[in-house]
Write a protein that binds this ligand. Structure first.
Ligand code: SAM
Length: 479
């Protein structure tokens, strides 16, 4: 069977690979790599990805190790170049985060005469010659997919799902229920967590049973699962789980991990019992849970009212160890900076000549900050041992006391010291490029706004008559 590139991407890119192109740190773009000079590609080079950092023929991205840096190529854009120029301009308006154009996916639109005749040939040639940037080619992982996937709904992000998967004990061989599937962000992360390759005899295959009641989203997600070769590991059902529950063709998926990202999770909980909640004696009732294991659930809700309703329902239905967590995630940006050359991932374009002024201004700013930093160094060292929030609060207090804001740059709350003070010195020649410059670390100014409350609970396995008999045989009651 074909193995999903999300689970085993191999060492190098191939024709047909799903690749994630990293244009800048947070600008990721998925693309399927096409064979050079495909039948419908107008370029001599075959399919080309055009970005504001240059043009990247697919042929330059095939057969390279994942993670490679790809340099822009000069391509003969012909009439398409005019369209690309127009599109590039559009994305320039939106700044660094603007998405780039994937030419081969717009074939229909781009060949319309109205678009071709925009008379900007000269300007186009200039743009192509000027830009000589680079991108990185990454294998698909749930993390990069979450940052680049086509959004059909709100999605669960990595800081939340990594914690959720840990708490609901998703591990190789687990069977997990998820509702609703939405944009498939959580589905991709969960299938990797439960994937156990080729299980040995008697071992269960890790699997995700996913449910989505929105028809269009269901179809889109099914197509995506097929394209990603995940359809044998994620079983998607089109269903309203409040009414229909979680059985598959009337049979139990025997799940032990559950994740509900639904507007009213409490309305689905009665299906996740071990017995019919209305009639515990009902012998015909089928539970979707694995009878041999405790079940671990997480519900994901943005409002506290949803949390209280969920907690009440969980209590009524016999769930224990109920608690709620909110993930407060903050990114740190670390880069090395020096005059005329910025090694930060935020700069895809080598336009150092144009940036000299900017770089000098930046260097002065860094010098100032470094001097401030060196003066406070000892104090900072002590504070670094504490928690970051405490650190920020203490800094803020100090700023208020002293009546001045640090450098007027509100964005920079923490400048970490480099690993050793020597790395601030001018680098000796022969120093590897990546070690040159100053190590600058910036924390995001604030904790990202609230995503959701995570409610966790456990439903212990039932003590059955069979368990009782086994226990009695092993430890007979004496006397
Ligand atoms: N967790 C998903 C992700 O990471 O991409 C996003 C889920 S989205 C916020 C919620 C989804 O639940 C929507 O796609 C919605 O159509 C679906 N949904 C809402 N009520 C449902 C129900 N009763 N049964 C099944 N799906 C439902």
């Amino acid at each position: 069977p074909k193995i999903s590139p999300f689970l085993e991407p191999g060492k190098t890119t191939k024709v047909g690979s799903l690749a994630i192109l990293q244009l800048s740190r947070d600008n990721l773009q998925p693309v399927y790599l096409k064979a050079p000079a495909g039948k419908h590609d107008g370029y001599a080079e075959g399919a080309v990805v055009n970005t504001r950092y240059g043009s990247f023929p697919h042929s330059t991205m095939i057969g390279v190790p994942w993670g490679s840096q790809i340099r822009a190529s000069k391509v003969d854009t012909g009439s398409r170049g005019r369209n690309n120029k127009r599109k590039r301009d559009k994305s320039d308006d939106n700044g660094r985060e603007a998405s780039a154009t994937v030419t081969e996916e717009k074939t229909e639109q781009e060949s319309t005469p109205a678009e071709v005749n925009d008379g900007s040939t000269a300007a186009t040639k200039k743009v192509v010659a000027d830009v000589s940037g680079f991108i990185h080619i990454l294998p698909p992982t749930p993390e990069v997919w979450t940052s680049s996937l086509p959004h059909r709904t709100q999605v669960v992000y990595t800081p939340d799902y990594s914690y959720v998967l840990h708490r609901i004990r998703a591990r190789p061989g687990s069977v997990l229920i998820e509702a609703g599937a939405g944009s498939g962000s959580f589905s991709h992360a969960s299938v990797r967590a439960v994937y156990n390759g080729y299980p040995t005899e008697g071992e269960r295959k890790g699997k995700v049973y996913s449910f989505e009641f929105h028809e269009q989203r269901y179809h889109k997600m099914n197509k995506e699962l097929e394209e990603h070769n995940l359809d044998s590991l994620v079983h998607l059902t089109h269903r309203d789980v409040y009414n229909g529950g979680f059985l598959i063709d009337g049979k139990s998926p025997e799940a032990e991990a559950i994740f509900l990202d639904l507007p009213a999770p409490w309305e689905a909980l009665h299906h996740l019992s071990r017995r019919n909640p209305k009639n515990p004696q009902d012998k015909d009732w089928v539970s979707p849970l694995n009878p041999r294991k405790s079940a671990h659930i997480c519900t994901f809700s943005p409002c506290i009212e949803q949390v209280t309703k969920t907690v009440s329902a969980l209590r009524r239905l016999g769930w224990v160890d109920i608690d709620m967590v909110e993930i407060a995630n903050r990114k740190y940006h670390t880069s090395r900076e020096r005059v005329g050359l910025n090694l930060s991932m935020d700069r895809g374009v080598n336009n150092s000549a144009r940036d000299v002024d900017e770089a000098l201004a930046r260097l002065t700013e860094i010098e100032t900050r470094f001097r401030e930093h060196a003066a406070k160094s000892k104090e900072s060292d002590d504070e670094m041992d504490g928690d970051d929030d405490g650190l920020i609060k203490r800094h803020e207090k100090k700023e208020q006391k002293g009546g001045k804001k640090r450098g007027g740059d509100k964005k920079v709350k923490i400048d970490h010291k480099p690993a050793s003070p020597e790395s601030f010195e001018t680098p000796a020649s022969g120093m590897p490029l990546w070690m040159e410059g100053r190590l600058i670390t910036r924390g995001e100014p604030e904790i990202k706004t609230h995503t959701s409350y995570l409610v966790f609970a456990t439903l212990p396995r039932e003590w059955t008559e069979e368990d009782e008999a086994t226990a009695a045989a092993r430890h007979p009651v004496v006397g």
